[in-house]
Design a protein around this ligand. Structure first.
Ligand SMILES: [Zn+2]
Length: 300
């Protein structure tokens, strides 16, 4: 009996030790999860800060926020401030914190042409004022480009979409109303927004190819990337951003593009979202300059 009692005691102690060990592991795992979550939060804020900073000047590979664009038919959207919500993630700056999040805030969006050629992209149209002038300049220069279209403008100016396609340019979906916060909505809402924009484009041009989606402001999220792909669109980023939408002056736009463009660059410009006279004037100089150095291609 005594031996059996001792055996039972040993078994109980053993089980207790095991329980404590498992409990400790679970706490460790939970702690790791917290760290991962904190890191992700820190990364999101860093991305927001990047977006906010991009609004003050030129940048390469930095997604700009485009507040002026949100006034032409889109609901105004506040840009998340990096300081308004510090959050509980100071731990993420500790030197031993693991790298848990991809360093690429664009989630793999295409930023180069994949060849030595350079691609011009024009966002936020079609605009009845600026798009026809950009199209005429491209035609005169014998250059094809890519147009990232906002759904509400597609609905309002379908003839311009038809002209873009007729003249051999590539189309890109740029959301229904330039929603910088689209990535925070539900997958169903994201899908509906992108599908509505594609439907408007195809109402203007039946069976139009729409090989790309570009998230407004470059505010990518994993769901947006995956839903765009499900709808047959490759996420489209950029390598050169002269911040032409902020109207820094024709010469500044020219200099920024000249300084940052290399073989393979995708260049971000705007034919919509406000007064694009500076962009148009800059392009009259830039396109001949670029043509002397690079092959200019529409993305395919
Ligand atoms: Zn845009």
């Amino acid at each position: 009996m005594a031996q059996r009692g001792t055996g039972r005691l040993a078994l109980t102690v053993g089980l207790l030790v095991l329980a404590v060990l498992i409990g400790g592991r679970m706490v460790g795992t939970w702690h790791n999860r917290q760290q991962l979550s904190n890191l992700a939060n820190a990364h999101r804020r860093a991305t927001a800060a990047h977006v906010a900073r991009a609004s003050t000047g030129p940048a390469t590979q930095a997604p700009p926020a485009t507040p002026s664009e949100t006034t032409d038919g889109a609901a105004p959207v506040a840009i998340p401030s990096p300081t308004s919500n510090p959050g509980p993630s100071r731990a993420a700056t500790k030197p031993r914190a693991p790298r848990a999040h991809p360093a690429d805030p664009t989630f793999g969006a295409r930023r180069t042409t994949g060849s030595s050629a350079v691609a011009l992209t024009f966002d936020d149209g079609p605009s009845p004022t600026w798009t026809p002038q950009v199209l005429s300049l491209l035609k005169q220069q014998g250059v094809k480009a890519t147009f990232c279209l906002v759904g509400v403008h597609v609905r309002d100016y379908p003839d311009l979409v038809a002209r873009i396609v007729r003249e051999g340019h590539t189309l890109c979906n740029h959301s229904w109303q330039h929603d910088l916060k689209l990535g925070q909505k539900t997958p169903d809402q994201i899908r509906a927004d992108l599908a509505r924009t594609n439907a408007a484009i195809r109402k203007a041009v039946p069976n139009a190819a729409i090989p790309y989606y570009r998230q407004p402001g470059g505010v990518w999220t994993a769901p947006i990337v995956s839903i765009a792909k499900q709808l047959g669109m490759m996420p489209l980023g950029w390598a050169v951003d002269p911040a032409d939408w902020s109207k820094p002056g024709k010469q500044a736009i020219i200099k920024r593009v000249k300084d940052h463009t290399h073989a393979g660059s995708i260049v971000l410009l705007h034919d919509g979202g406000g007064d694009r006279s500076q962009t148009l004037a800059a392009c009259r100089t830039l396109i001949p300059w670029l043509k002397q150095r690079y092959r200019l291609v529409p993305l395919r």
